[in-house]
Design a protein around this ligand. Structure first.
Ligand code: ADP
Ligand code: MG
Length: 174
């Protein structure tokens, strides 16, 4: 049985993009906790936050993580998944956790280039570049804590996938 692979990192680091590619390369299923949440509730993230607050959103996020977890599956997680100790522990116990690391400027540039993919309400109401700096200051340590492997996500998607395959095969051989 092949353990699930969890991709963690801030919004824009490439979890959906390279997660799809990794799943194809491994012949795994691909799941995305944000998509699962939206499909199961028939609401956007913005709707859920407006109705239930971030606290309600986080609770549903934890449920989504458990729901999509299965063998031979690549799971792209919401950027805030690591905030809960419960989620970090769950991912580490269930499978291999990969942190896709990118600098705040790179993340902000990607999100500004594709605003339609950034439909989530900002956490602070400030410009996206400032917000990314704040978000990483708060979360970088948690991403590191949760991860078995850290990959530089500022490379091309192809290079990111190659490196993920490399660290995963090393993990399997040992
Ligand atoms: P996430 O799911 O982590 O929020 P996405 O996969 O949606 O991130 O990527 C956010 C944006 O950045 C998308 O427009 C995507 O095409 C782009 N992107 C993702 N990975 C890379 C990469 N390695 N290099 C350049 N652009 C990327
Ligand atoms: Mg995504």
């Amino acid at each position: 049985m092949s353990l699930p692979i969890y991709l963690i990192g801030a919004r824009g680091c490439g979890k959906t993009t390279v997660g799809h590619a990794l799943a194809l390369a491994l012949d795994y299923a691909f799941r995305d906790t944000d998509h699962f949440l939206q499909q199961s509730t028939q609401q956007t993230v913005a709707d859920i936050v407006a109705a239930e607050g971030w606290e309600g959103f986080r609770r549903r996020e934890t449920q989504s993580l458990v729901a999509v977890t299965a063998s031979s599956t690549v799971v792209a997680t919401g950027g805030g998944m690591v905030l809960a100790e419960e989620n970090r522990q769950f991912m580490r116990e269930q499978g291999q956790v990969i942190y896709l690391q990118a600098d705040a400027e790179v993340l902000a540039a990607r999100l500004e280039a594709y605003p339609e993919e950034a439909q989530r309400p900002t956490l602070t109401g400030r410009p996206i570049a400032d917000e990314m700096v704040e978000v990483l200051k708060q979360r970088d340590q948690l991403y590191h804590q949760a991860a078995h492997h850290v990959i530089n996500a500022m490379q091309s998607p192809e290079q990111v996938v190659q490196q993920m395959l490399q660290v995963l095969s090393l993990a399997r051989a040992s």
